[in-house]
Ligand binder design. Structure first.
Ligand SMILES: [Fe+2]
Length: 365
């Protein structure tokens, strides 16, 4: 409470309590539940306002720690009660937001009734001189032709930070040009991004806000750092849970999809996908008790020429940059329900054909 708000009635009460406590500041402060300096201020205020009936100075008899007093100064911070109230509200708000994002429903319209495609784009690193733009453009075109829904696994650009900033000296694309590339990919390329994930490179230099999130804010899909879980709701009522992260924890020198398949073994989603390591891998996982099948895929992305990889002697295990799942919500057979295809072009061709077949069958009914 600031000192300006102390009323005459409050000051009279302070004097009354002070007298009842035999003018002991320690007792008075205790009874009033205020500090010694607050009491001194109030007594001084009462004196200056002529409220002391005896007209005496509010000098007290007991010993004080210091031979002076300083009146209360206004606190620039919020009162503790308000700080706690805000902390409670903030936590509840964050908890609600977190729970709402634990599995995000993506309602597919009638436009995607029947077989449809879910494209998983690997790390683009759009501004890197080693980004395979011809392949990226080819994949984007195929995804558009087959009307697929897409997920971007993250690392849209290099977005160098700290000592890595020196690497801008070795790439042609400036940061300004890189931002134009992000804008094009997310909002102008014609791809329906259901989700865009912020990878480790995207999370650098976000002290003043995340540029990817800002660019994507008016799009239909969701942008989320690190990972996202989607629940694709098909027009026939079937649901497909997709767990997409820039990376999952775990490593194995024997299995490039190890981290993702580990997540699949311990999880309950249909599709698990990740990028980050710029290598390709796949594993299909069956829960022997329930018979539930999960697909675990790592996509390598488009950074084809990578001096860091060459410097450290990483094995080249890029087999596909991106891939797609052909999903038939009407299929009874698990392998027809979700089919991984490790070429976006092949997936697009098959999907166009399957959609035609499905429409012909539907027309007959
Ligand atoms: Fe990457």
């Amino acid at each position: 409470m600031s000192k300006e708000k102390i009323t005459k009635e409050e000051l009279l009460n302070v004097i009354k309590v002070w007298k009842e406590c035999d003018k002991s500041r320690v007792k008075t402060a205790e009874v009033l539940g205020i500090g010694n300096s607050s009491l001194s201020y109030r007594l001084e205020l009462a004196r200056t306002q002529g409220l002391m009936t005896s007209g005496s100075e509010p000098v007290v008899e007991e010993k004080v720690d210091a031979p002076f007093w300083i009146k209360d100064l206004p606190d620039e911070e919020l009162p503790i009660e308000e700080i706690i109230d805000r902390a409670v509200d903030r936590f509840q708000r964050k908890q609600e937001a977190k729970e709402a994002r634990s599995l995000i429903d993506v309602n597919l319209t009638k436009q995607l009734d029947g077989p449809f495609g879910l494209a998983i784009f690997g790390d683009p690193h759009l501004d890197d001189d080693g980004c395979n733009w011809p392949k990226l453009l080819e994949d984007i075109e195929s995804v558009k032709q087959a009307n697929m829904v897409a997920i971007n696994i993250g690392d849209l650009t290099n977005n160098w930070v700290g000592r890595l900033m020196k690497l801008y000296a070795y790439q042609e694309t400036t940061r300004h040009q890189a931002i134009k590339m992000i804008k094009w990919l997310l909002t102008e390329s014609g791809v329906y991004w259901a989700a865009v994930i912020g990878g480790n490179h995207d999370m650098w230099n976000t002290e003043g806000g995340d540029i990817n999130q800002f660019i994507f804010q008016n799009e239909k899909g969701i942008y989320q750092a690190h990972g996202v879980r989607l629940n694709l709701l098909c027009p026939n009522g079937r649901e497909i849970r997709v767990n997409a992260r820039h990376n999952f924890p775990g490593n194995s020198q024997w299995n490039e999809a190890h981290a993702i398949s580990k997540a699949a073994r311990f999880g309950s989603d249909h599709i698990y996908v990740a990028g980050h390591l710029h290598i390709s891998g796949y594993q299909i996982v069956k829960d022997q008790e329930s018979g539930f099948i999960s697909h675990a895929v790592r996509v390598a992305g488009y950074k084809d020429i990578d001096s860091f990889k060459e410097q450290l002697g990483f094995r080249d295990h890029k087999i596909w940059e991106s891939m797609a799942f052909i999903i038939d919500p009407y299929a009874d057979n698990e392998l027809e329900f979700i089919k991984p295809v490790f070429s976006i072009q092949d997936a697009a061709k098959e999907l166009i054909w399957r959609k035609e077949q499905w429409q012909k069958q539907n027309r007959k009914k």
